[in-house]
Design a protein around this ligand. Structure first.
Ligand code: ZN
Length: 67
């Protein structure tokens, strides 16, 4: 039985076996990249959802005396 996991760095599917030295990462490189990301706290920023810009906020034009 083998389990497939996604490499947290590049999302590549990795087989979780005894021989997968770098699991859950696909390679030593991805492992180091992830560790580097944690060190620089990039993960906290990457997990933040981007603010929706579909509806820009307009302030209500309540200063109608200017017209
Ligand atoms: Zn990877």
């Amino acid at each position: 039985m083998s389990k497939i996991v996604k490499c947290p760095t590049c999302q590549k599917q990795v087989e979780w076996t005894e021989s997968s030295t770098f699991r859950p990462f696909c390679s030593d490189r991805c492992r180091l990249i992830d560790l580097g990301d944690w060190a620089s706290e990039k993960h906290a920023i990457a997990d933040e959802p981007l603010p929706s810009s579909e509806e820009p906020l307009y302030f209500k034009n309540d200063k109608s005396d200017k017209f």
